[in-house]
Design a protein around this ligand. Sequence first.
Ligand code: 2DT
Ligand code: MG
Length: 212
Amino acid sequence: TETTEMKRGIFILFEGADRVGKSTQVQSLFGHLSTTLGLPTKQLRFPDRTTQTGTIINSYLQNSTQLDDRALHLLFSANRWESKDTLLKHLNEGNSLVVDRYSYSGVAYSAAKGIDFDWCFGCEKGLPAPDLIFYLKMDTEDATKRGDYGNERYEKVDFQKKIKEVYESKLVNSSWNVINANRPIEEVSKEINEIVDRSIKNGIQNKPIQCI
Ligand code: 2DT
Ligand code: MG
């Protein structure tokens, strides 16, 4: 007898400071997976500003709400925990996920404010872990030159340097794909697509979904 086993989806994450091109690359990879490869794929971003926690986070980011730094950190984390079941459901139903920011943004931005790194990481433990992480790397000056930062709270050069420092000294490890993002969009996409194609060929979906 012949059995066709449905493969689970792949969880692909993009991380990095502001203005390094994450959203552009998320969209581009979404197109590659869904159109070129014909895989059912969903595009997600954190924070999810549409939920109740997301509404508070959004108002904080737009400078209209003040919040204690740790309370805010927990809200960002809760914003991921409340989507845990949805993430797992998508993956188990065969949908791949291309995600713009996740736990590591949570840790990088909060630790850059001076909050204890391990405390920041603690509340992420147990969340579904990505199969592939792309860290888009660019000098803060080059990211700034790409256009003015917007009006959101964190879009300041000095703070962006601290965020980059936390990512690169404490979060990025040998399992991450570090991508030189200071290149034309198509060149960056090409490198990312090749890594994804190779990972699929090597059976990245054959292992169970991991936890952070
Ligand atoms: P963007 O929409 O530009 O990505 O802005 N952030 C994000 C945190 O401080 N903690 C988190 O857990 C997450 C996911 C990064 C969202 C801003 O919020 C920051 C920039
Ligand atoms: Mg931003």
